[in-house]
Design a protein around this ligand. Structure first.
Ligand code: PMP
Length: 404
C-alpha cells in the first residue's frame, strides 16, 4: 500500500486537462465517494488500483473480462498476432477465421462483420435493418441502453429531435405495448431492437419472457422488419449461441462487443441471409476495425469459453454467490434483492430509494477488498472460482454485520 494518494494526484491533474476529470460511465464521480478512478493491473478476478489496493472485481472492466484479466491463452494468442502485426492495409487472416468461428457458434448467424465498440455494432444493426427494409421506424424499449451516440445516448446534450425522430418506445416484456408501437408505425417499421434481458441502470434485472421474445419475432415477421437483439452486454455470458437461444428466438441481426475478445477492443454485428445483401450496402468502417490482435484474442476467447464450459462455470459460481448472499441478508435482516442472471447480477435493497443502504453495502465491501457496483449490472468471469466466491462471502458477512 502506498502512503502517497496516487489516485487523488491523478484526479487533480486530470481536472486540468480532461473535461470534468473523466467522461462517461467510467467517471468514478458517478459512484459513491471512496471508489478509485485509476487502475494499474488486473490478474484473473482481481484488479489493483493506482494506490496499490487490490480487489476481487465483480465488474470485470464493465463486462469484457469474461475469462479473467490477463488470461494466459488469450494473451498468448494476442502476443503471437502482435509479433506478426496488428494493423495493415487490409485485414489479417484472423478476420476470416473469426467470422467462420462465429458463424459456427452463433445460432442465427450466417455472417459477421467487425468493428470496435458496442455502439458501432448496435448502430450498424439499425442501419442494416433500414437499408434492407427501406423503412425508417425503430422500436426501442423504454429505458434501454444501446450506446453513446445521438440516436441512442441517454443524454440530451448535443442531440437533436431529428436524431431520434424515427424511434418509437415500447415496454420490455410487455407484448401489448409492443403491439401498440407496431400499430403506430404501420407501413414504416424497419426494426424492433431489444437487449438480451432488461438490465436498466438501478432497476431490477428481468429476463425476457418467452411470450415477449416470440411476439417480437412474430411482429417483426408480419411487418417484414428486422428483429435485432442487442447482445453487447450479455453476449457470451448467457449462451454462446446468442442470448435469445434461451427463449428459442432467433433474431435477424445481433450486436456484440464487451466480452468477445476478453478485454481487447472489438465489436461485432451478426446477421442472417435475409440481411446479407443489406449489409453489403451500408457504408461502415473505421481506422482500427480490421486490427488483427483483437481478432486473435476473440478466437482464443470464444474457443476457450466453449472448451472449458465457461458459461457453466460462471453460472455455478454465480449461484454460489447468490445463495450465500441471500442467507447472509436473511440472517442480518436486510432486504437485499438480487436479480438478473446469476453470472450478471445486480444487487438492490428494498425501499432504498436514496440508495443509502446499497451505497453503504458497496463501500463497506470496497474497504474490505471487494469491488461491487451499487446500481449497474455486475459481471462474473470464469476466474471467479468457488474459492473466490467463498472469500467474497467471508467479506460480505462482515459487511452485513457492519451495516445491520
Ligand atoms: N448496448 C448495451 C446493451 C450495452 O450494455 C452497451 C455498453 N454498456 C452498449 C450497447 C454500448 O457499447 P459500447 O460502450 O462498447 O459502445
Amino acid at each position: 500500500l502506498q502512503a502517497f494518494d496516487t489516485d487523488a494526484a491523478l484526479r487533480e491533474r486530470a481536472a486540468k486537462v480532461i473535461p470534468g476529470g473523466m467522461w462517461g460511465h467510467q467517471n468514478s464521480a458517478r459512484l459513491p465517494a471512496g471508489y478509485p478512478q485509476y487502475f494499474t493491473r488486473g490478474e484473473g478476478c482481481r484488479t489493483w488500483d493506482a494506490n496499490g489496493r487490490s480487489y476481487i472485481d465483480y465488474m470485470c472492466a464493465w463486462g469484457p473480462m469474461i475469462l479473467g484479466y490477463s488470461d494466459p491463452d488469450v494473451e498468448a494468442a494476442a502476443a503471437r498476432q502482435r509479433a506478426e502485426g496488428d494493423g495493415f492495409n487490409g485485414p489479417t487472416p484472423r478476420l476470416v477465421e473469426l467470422a467462420e468461428l462465429v458463424v459456427d457458434t452463433v445460432s442465427h448467424a450466417d455472417w459477421a462483420m467487425f468493428s470496435k465498440n458496442g455502439t458501432d455494432a448496435t448502430t450498424a444493426c439499425v442501419t442494416t435493418a433500414r437499408a434492407g427494409t427501406g423503412r425508417r421506424k425503430v422500436l426501442v424499449a423504454r429505458g434501454a441502453y444501446h450506446g453513446a451516440i445521438p440516436w441512442c445516448t441517454p443524454s440530451v446534450a448535443g442531440v437533436t429531435e431529428e436524431d431520434r425522430a424515427h424511434l418509437v418506445q415500447y415496454d420490455y416484456n410487455d407484448v401489448a405495448s409492443l403491439e401498440e408501437a407496431v400499430a403506430l408505425v404501420k407501413g414504416d417499421l424497419a426494426a424492433i431492437i431489444a437487449t438480451a434481458f432488461k438490465h436498466d441502470l438501478g432497476k431490477e434485472h428481468i429476463l425476457p419472457t418467452r411470450e415477449f421474445a416470440q411476439a417480437a419475432r412474430r411482429l417483426a415477421d408480419e411487418a417484414d422488419a428486422a428483429l435485432i437483439v442487442d447482445d453487447v452486454r450479455a453476449g457470451l455470458r448467457l449462451d454462446l449461441g446468442g442470448s435469445w437461444d434461451l427463449v428459442d428466438v432467433k433474431p435477424d441481426l445481433s450486436a456484440w462487443s464487451k466480452a468477445i475478445a476478453n478485454g481487447r477492443a472489438l465489436g461485432m454485428m451478426t446477421g442472417n441471409d435475409r440481411f446479407r445483401e443489406a449489409a453489403t450496402k451500408i457504408y461502415t468502417t473505421g481506422s482500427f476495425w480490421t486490427a488483427g490482435v483483437a481478432m486473435a484474442a476473440s478466437i482464443a476467447t470464444i474457443t476457450k469459453l466453449r472448451d472449458c464450459d465457461g458459461i457453466g462455470r460462471m453460472k455455478s459460481a454465480g449461484q454460489r454467490l447468490r445463495d450465500g448472499l441471500q442467507a447472509q441478508a436473511d440472517r442480518y435482516g436486510l432486504p437485499l434483492r438480487q436479480s438478473g442472471p446469476v453470472q450478471m447480477p445486480v444487487f438492490l435493497f428494498e425501499g432504498d430509494g436514496d440508495r443509502e443502504l446499497g451505497n453503504r453495502f458497496c463501500l463497506e465491501a470496497l474497504a474490505r477488498g471487494v469491488y461491487f457496483h451499487p446500481t449497474h449490472t455486475m459481471f462474473l468471469s470464469v476466474a471467479h472460482t468457488d474459492a473466490v466466491i467463498d472469500e467474497t462471502l467471508q467479506v460480505t458477512n462482515e459487511v452485513f454485520k457492519a451495516i445491520a
